[in-house]
Design a protein around this ligand. Structure first.
Ligand SMILES: Cc1cc2nc3c(=O)[nH]c(=O)nc-3n(C[C@H](O)[C@H](O)[C@H](O)COP(=O)(O)OP(=O)(O)OC[C@H]3O[C@@H](n4cnc5c(N)ncnc54)[C@H](O)[C@@H]3O)c2cc1C
Length: 399
């Protein structure tokens, strides 16, 4: 009988759950998932938790295959040489293969006062804290949302719909990803909700104080509650463990998601940087990368060569309160096109996306490997080729 293979997955988010479920295809593979919380967090609904319109916690029994052992703990170190991970509560868990899927969180704002006076919403705990702060603030309190990516736009709209006085500080363009048509639709809806949008040059935040936000053009925006949504960072576990990462701290891998340092470590989701050309952070890429990380491990166990990844995008789906949304369509390579669906149909599509994402996790739990979800994006091959052919930067050439 073949020996049992132990696979440890670090991180029970979209990528980690998909990976763990897919691994249960083989009876001779033991799968352990390590995650700090006993429940799955729907991060894409965190702005709804802040606004009180939806919960964000899902029982792992709904989304995780029965065969996966869940260890509620935090990995503090990966020991690649010994093939083990150290847990915060003490002890280690050994592995034959490791999947690194620790996701993302708030970026270090690096703006004076932001760490002290602004509230991030990238994790469950941060969103719960912000909710308490908003509940305690007067209904008329000036709320400033910093960052005009999807999380910022969604949070601003959610709170404005509740009657809050909201200013959205973009630090540049409103929704930089969007096609101008989609952007105009969002701007119209935000205006309809009474959100003051400060966009364009001069709107970078340079300082946050207890009662205001200072902009690069010198303006002072009064703010009793400042919400920080500008950018995601990643946990530093890989770097702390001596593994190669990109500048942000994502684990550097090849096109099979295998660490450039160690063939037994594979990455997926927001914390992966395949070929140093990472995808836009999002659950859209995470649910595709998770199973493909698992496929890489399964191929190695079977003595086969792992396949290169394929990730295809559909677009970006943004809720604008509970009744309106914008589904901005894109090419498969994640560049926005003219086409979008707005209004109520846009809101319905967004809700469908949120539900179907959780459904996908459960489907993979019940029928691991029954379907591949990803699409081919030929442009990535061209991009990789161009990267290989590009001359090395001067500093590297000199050394
Ligand atoms: C308000 C908001 C709205 C969003 N809306 C969208 C959207 O509409 N569409 C979209 O595509 N994306 C959206 N995103 C982004 C999306 O949520 C993330 O990109 C996605 O969750 C990434 O999935 P992941 O599996 O890589 O990581 P995560 O979902 O972050 O999961 C990582 C898991 O790893 C755990 N972990 C971290 N460190 C350790 C450790 N040391 N040991 C053990 N476990 C660890 C974490 O606690 C977490 O449970 C939104 C995010 C926010 C905050």
């Amino acid at each position: 009988m073949a020996a049992n293979t132990e696979v440890v997955v670090i991180g029970g988010g979209y990528a980690g759950v998909m990976a763990a479920n897919r691994l249960t295809q083989r009876d001779d593979v033991t799968v352990t998932l390590v995650n700090p919380r006993p429940t799955f967090v729907e991060r894409i609904r965190l702005h709804q938790l802040v606004g009180g319109s939806h919960g964000t916690v899902v029982d792992y029994r709904k989304v995780l295959a029965d065969g996966v052992r869940l260890v509620v703990d935090t990995v503090t170190r990966i020991d690649a040489a010994e093939r083990g991970v150290t847990l915060a509560t003490g002890g280690t868990v050994g592995y034959d293969y490791l999947i690194y899927a620790v996701g993302s969180g708030s970026a270090d704002p690096r703006v004076p006062g932001a760490g002290e006076f602004a509230y991030p919403i990238a994790t469950l705990e941060e969103s719960q804290r912000l909710r308490s702060v908003l509940d305690a603030a007067p209904a008329t309190a000036a709320v400033t949302v910093v960052g005009a990516g999807p999380a910022g736009i969604e949070t601003a709209a959610e709170l404005a719909e509740l009657g809050r006085t909201v200013t959205l500080v973009c630090g540049g363009a409103l929704g930089p990803y969007l096609h101008p048509r989609g952007r105009r639709a969002i701007a119209r809806r935000l205006a309809g909700l009474g959100v003051t949008v400060l966009d364009g040059p001069g709107t970078q935040v340079t300082a946050v104080t207890r009662d205001a936000v200072r902009l690069s053009d010198g303006r002072r925006v009064p703010s009793e509650v400042t919400i920080w949504t500008a950018g995601f960072g990643v946990p530093d576990l890989a770097a702390r463990s001596g593994l190669s990462t990109d500048a942000l701290g994502r684990l550097l891998t090849d096109e099979t998601l295998t660490s450039v340092d160690d063939v037994r470590i594979v990455a997926a989701g927001d914390s992966a940087a395949p070929s140093d050309l990472p995808f836009r952070m999002g659950c859209q890429s995470a649910v595709q990368l998770g199973p493909q990380a698992a496929e890489t491990v399964l191929s190695r166990i079977a003595g086969e060569r792992p396949a290169s990844i394929d990730v295809g995008f559909l677009g970006q789906c943004i809720s604008l309160g509970r009744h309106v949304g914008v589904f901005q369509f894109s090419r498969r390579n994640d560049t926005a096109i003219r086409l979008y669906v707005g209004g109520r149909p846009g809101a319905k599509l967004k809700e469908l996306v949120c539900r179907s994402t959780v459904w996908q996790l459960g489907y993979e739990a019940r029928r691991p490997g029954a379907r591949t979800w990803w699409a081919k994006d030929a442009r990535r091959r061209q991009l990789l080729q161009a990267n290989r052919e590009a001359p090395a930067p001067a500093v590297e050439r000199a050394t």
